[in-house]
Design a protein around this ligand. Structure first.
Ligand code: GDP
Length: 539
């Protein structure tokens, strides 16, 4: 018996390792309006996962989904939910994890980045690096994550390509290594020269935009004649890139130090197939995960995965909490009974779903790099590990620096119990971080958020789900710093700042009004420990 079991195990392990190797799990980091939704559609379109653009993330399409949650999104015309989109492309399975795109983004946006192996940094050719892109890039940098850069909207007037590369290198210290080079300035886009083999793809605009662009391979000599001065300029710039040795380098790309750059325009589908090829050929497949003790669990080992996001009320028919889990190792089969590493309790997966865009469908099997949605997941929290076979426990997902703070109070004192339960639950799910102090008391916890939208979510859920409407009083702080109990000074020495305890992990945080006050506090308290919350510093 045991030999059969071993043979089966090793066959499974081989199968899983093979499946993991053909997966690419990534997210797009960008500033609102850079074209993330458009690019997502274009990628899916090119990969023929959908038949016409507009069927995946189209803002119009969302209107068809009915639930309290979606209603809130629709009111604001923004995306709160994070879902995964699976794109089958050749032999590869591309899992695109959606990062909520609004300026009011929340901690969820950051957590999604803990579940991917690579990011596409999407830039608007006219704008270059924008604030939200910079913040998200810092998270990638803190994890040494490989980043592929896509310069979008090349069909519109924009900046010089060399100037954009210079901005990337100067401002974020990421060394750009262009994979292709545009012929024709932004707004007069003629085609792309592949730097690896010198081949030329001529692009022809098709009317209507959202149809596949005509890309045609043209002999470079003919192209040189046809494109004239634009061709000569592109060649000169390519020569310059050679002189400064801006060549793709796998080791520094995988270490997050250099970034392959591609030019294109998502709307008319120019250069999108080149981006798909870059994902397949350059982006890493899921690696063997490392547990909290530093031990490696091969991707081919029995099932394990980590919850990176919790979501409630996505669908009226499933009025409960859902956990999004990224598979770290092994094959997932629906119906498996897993172990919840934090409690040692069993977790049944009968109703597991895959999440594609705004639709959900039941899933039967999934592999490392895939995202599954577990329903009835009230017992789970962000960062939790589920496994089969040998026990494993993954390190927690770091929480990010909050910048918005508000005091919550129950509107109706008679519903204090429900208030407490609701706040504890939202804390466990990581919707906001909950802070408290003896001075403020149990009845008035401070909520800390990365984006103010999180407060709306809390207020909405507290009244709808926990039937304990709340009153929020915004506080004038904008920074949080970690301190230690030994060094925590008196309120007087803190120039109006406040020391609070984070309930989830008991850490002491100092809340400060702004960076000028922070400077004064540091000057007046040279021995005070004041550390940024995220190593690598998203400030
Ligand atoms: P998101 O906020 O990043 O998801 O951006 P969207 O995908 O909604 O795009 C913002 C706007 O830019 C929309 O009006 C798009 O049609 C437009 N857009 C996106 N990509 C391109 C492009 O390559 N060329 C042009 N001309 N417009 C684009």
């Amino acid at each position: 018996m045991s030999t059969t079991a071993t043979a089966t195990d090793s066959t499974t392990s081989e199968e899983v390792t093979g499946e993991a190797a053909r997966r690419r799990t990534f997210a797009v980091i960008s500033h609102p309006d850079a074209g993330k939704s458009t690019l997502t559609e274009a990628l899916a379109l090119h990969a023929a996962a959908i038949t016409s653009a507009g069927a995946v993330h189209g803002k119009g399409e969302r209107r068809g989904v009915t639930s309290d949650w979606m209603a809130m999104e629709q009111d604001r015309g923004i995306s709160i939910t994070s879902a995964a989109l699976r794109i089958d492309y050749g032999d590869c399975v591309l899992n695109l994890l959606d990062t909520p795109g609004h300026a009011d983004f929340s901690e969820d946006t950051y957590r999604v980045l803990s579940a991917v192996d690579c990011a596409i940094m999407l830039l608007d050719s006219a704008k270059g690096l924008e604030p939200q892109t910079l913040k998200l890039f810092e998270v990638c940098r803190a994890r040494n994550m490989p980043v592929i850069t896509f310069v979008n909207k090349w069909d519109r007037p924009g900046r010089e390509p060399l100037e954009l590369l210079d901005e990337i290198e100067q401002r974020i210290g990421l060394r750009p290594t262009p994979m292709n080079w545009p012929v024709g300035i932004a707004g007069d886009f003629r085609g792309l020269i592949d730097r690896a083999d010198g081949s030329y793809t001529k692009l022809t605009r098709t009317p209507g935009g959202a149809t596949r662009a005509r890309e045609e391979r043209v002999d470079p000599e003919q192209a040189a004649q046809a494109e004239g001065a634009e061709w000569t300029q592109a060649q000169e710039e390519i020569d310059l890139l050679g002189e400064i040795e801006a060549h793709f380098d796998e080791a520094s790309f995988l270490a997050g130090e250099s970034s392959p750059v591609l030019f294109g325009a998502a709307l008319p589908n120019f250069g999108v197939s080149q981006l798909l090829e870059a994902l397949v050929n350059l982006a890493p497949a899921p690696e063997d995960p490392v547990d909290a003790d530093g031990a490696v669990r091969p991707v081919g080992a029995p099932f394990s995965g980590q919850v990176f996001k919790m979501q409630a009320n996505m669908d009226k028919a499933h009025r409960d909490r859902m956990a999004f889990l990224r598979i770290a190792s092994g094959r997932f089969e629906r119906g498996m009974v897993l172990t919840h590493a934090n409690t040692g309790k069993p977790f049944a997966t009968k109703y597991t779903q895959a999440v594609f865009g705004s639709e959900r469908s039941t899933i039967e099997t999934a592999y490392p790099g895939d995202v599954i949605a577990l329903v009835n997941a009230a017992a789970l929290s962000v960062g939790d590990t589920l496994y089969a076979g040998k026990k494993v426990h993954f390190p927690p997902i770091p929480s990010f620096a909050p910048e918005h703070f508000a005091v919550a109070r129950a509107k109706d004192a008679g519903r204090y119990k429900q208030f407490q339960r609701g706040i504890a639950q939202l804390d466990a799910e990581g919707v906001v971080q909950v802070l408290s102090s003896d001075v403020r008391g149990e009845q008035a916890p401070v909520l800390a958020a990365v984006g103010p939208l999180q407060f709306d979510v809390v207020a909405h859920r507290m009244s709808e789900e926990f039937r304990a409407p709340i009153e929020l009083t915004h506080l004038d702080y904008s920074l949080a710093r970690r301190t230690d109990a030994g060094s925590a000074p008196t309120a007087h020495a803190l120039s109006g700042a406040e020391v609070l305890t984070r309930r989830a992990d008991g850490e002491l945080l100092v809340l400060v009004h702004n960076k000028y006050r922070l400077r004064v506090i540091k000057r007046d308290n040279p021995d005070l420990v004041l550390e940024p919350l995220l190593a690598g510093g998203v400030e």
